[in-house]
Design a binder for this molecule. Structure first.
Ligand SMILES: Cc1cc2nc3c(=O)[nH]c(=O)nc-3n(C[C@H](O)[C@H](O)[C@H](O)COP(=O)(O)O)c2cc1C
Ligand code: SF4
Length: 475
């Protein structure tokens, strides 16, 4: 299955025609006016200087003890010079050793907190050096807290050590050595660990923490734990107990720390690679009970039906005083084409069964519907990187039309850190730096190599792991 390259569309009209032809319900502005994305946004006494956000991107380059390395600091300095004024967590930081998604993921403990505080300072200093001494007055920087649950691989050998929310009829098969389900008492203790980590984040200077609820990790898996017995499973009330308890604990212990939530707002059934290399669903959506916000891609894609429970959760969060929401969807493990639309799949992925633009449009549509349903919340959208040359035009359109409040950038800033600054300054894009969704930033770490943009960032192209990646891909 092949799809036309985004770079081949030379005019807004040509791109628009393709969007219609491939079924991506998406529009864009014909001309750019940097003032639209340069508008500040002020909510509850927090001022964020423009409409670009750097999305969290997990590193595979911390020390075994969970501290940042020079590579981690380089990435965070790049976030600082990007020009984006909202830094949604930097990257997923595990709150406990058994919750690390890889042996080199950052880990927040009393011992590592000083180095993670310095990481934030590196980002802020880089921002000040580039944009002026008081440029951080409207820079909002938080930390994403996580437990990787089913996708934990904490040991130095990097072997899976899944700690699931419940037994899953399809995903369990991917772990031949077995899956352990966390008990209610263990979840109670984990709530305390999240709260302690939030206090450490506050002491380290972060203005907010994101209690991660996405991508199949523990917080997200609990939201679909319909068949789990006990206090954390069954009704939506029970399935949100973990999230609510963490928020209540943080409020009690660190009242001035803001809490935000990154949520997979819809999900689809697990996909696997077909013999022709394309992704196919592993089961049908009918009767599937293991998704939060289940969207049936094989039918009419009833987004409103899929978003019913997510809307209930957002209203609940609104009641708990959460104001900032980052929308994402699915999981990079069991439906990567939904979570991060790409032309080239990662090594453990599959060729996208749809034009990746359809996936981008789905994210934007979901965010717009949620924003209409819960207008008091501030929304940050995701999955824009595949838009490439047309990203600024679509981003401007979504903000101008109120389809989102802020535009999140993931892969694009790994490849092209100054992307937001160039757009905000009205400069032409540096085409050689545009992320082409080669997925090497996912493939590298999946093969045990450090995270980075191997194809476009010379630092990684010439890095020893760049050599290894090329050799592994050739094999
Ligand atoms: C290498 C890599 C690491 C990621 N790590 C995280 C993470 O730690 N936390 C998270 O919420 N999302 C993570 N994501 C997902 C991104 O935040 C984002 O949702 C996704 O890349 C889609 O946005 P984009 O199209 O701008 O790349 C990661 C993505 C990539 C490519
Ligand atoms: S490796 Fe670079 S070009 Fe490829 S998806 Fe990642 S950031 Fe984009």
């Amino acid at each position: 299955m092949t799809y036309p390259r985004v770079a081949s569309f030379k005019t807004a009209d040509a791109f628009r025609r393709h969007l219609r032809a491939c079924g991506a319900a998406l529009d864009l502005d014909d001309t750019l006016d940097p003032a639209v994305l340069a508008q500040a946004i002020e909510v509850g006494g927090v001022r964020v200087g423009n409409r670009f956000c750097i999305l969290p991107m997990e590193g595979w380059d911390g020390t075994l003890a969970g501290e940042p390395s020079e590579l981690t600091r380089r990435r965070w300095r790049h976030f600082g010079i990007s020009g984006a004024k909202l830094i949604w967590g930097g990257e997923a930081v595990a709150v406990r050793q058994d919750g690390r998604a890889n042996p080199n993921q950052l880990l927040l403990t009393q011992a590592t907190a000083p180095s993670i505080a310095r990481l934030r300072e590196d980002l802020v200093s880089a921002h000040r050096e580039r944009y002026g001494a008081d440029a951080d007055a409207d820079l909002y920087v938080g930390l994403q807290l996580t437990h990787s649950g089913r996708y934990a691989r904490p040991s130095a050998a990097g072997r899976p050590a899944p700690l699931a929310a419940y037994r899953h009829p399809f995903l369990d098969r991917r772990f031949p050595e077995g899956v352990r389900t966390l008990g209610d008492d263990e979840l109670d203790r984990l709530v305390d660990r999240f709260v302690d980590a939030a206090a450490l984040a506050w002491d380290a200077g972060f203005a907010f923490v994101d209690v991660k609820q996405c991508h199949g990790y523990l917080g997200h898996e609990l939201l679909s734990a319909r068949d789990r017995p006990g206090r954390y499973g069954g009704s939506l009330e029970n399935r949100t107990l973990f999230l609510r308890s963490v928020i209540a604990g943080i409020r009690a212990k660190v009242p001035r720390l803001a809490v935000v939530v990154r949520l997979s707002v819809f999900d689809v059934v697990p996909f696997r690679k077909h013999s022709d290399g394309t992704g196919v669903p592993e089961t049908t959506a009918a009767g599937y009970r293991h998704a939060f916000g289940l969207l049936d891609l094989s039918r009419t894609c009833d987004m409103d039906a899929a978003l019913q429970e997510p809307i209930a959760v957002l209203r609940m969060l609104e009641g708990l005083g959460v104001r900032w929401i980052c929308t994402t969807a699915g999981s990079p493990y069991y439906n990567p084409h939904v979570q991060r639309p790409a032309l080239f799949p990662p090594s453990d992925g599959y060729t996208s069964p749809e034009d990746p633009l359809v996936g981008v449009a789905r994210h934007i549509d979901a965010t717009a519907r949620l924003k209409r349903a819960v207008p008091s919340l501030v929304f940050v959208g995701s999955a824009y990187s595949y838009l490439q040359e047309w990203l600024p035009h679509v981003a401007q359109h979504t903000v101008r039309r109120g389809l989102t409040d802020v535009v999140g950038l993931g892969r694009m800033v790994l490849a092209y850190p100054e992307f937001p600054d160039d757009v905000l300054a009205g400069r032409p894009l540096q085409r050689k730096k545009i992320c082409r969704t080669f997925s090497d930033c996912t493939t590298g770490p999946r093969l045990g190599l450090v995270s980075g943009c191997y194809p476009l960032d010379d630092f990684y192209t010439t890095h020893a792991d760049g050599e290894k990646l090329r050799a592994l891909k050739t094999r």
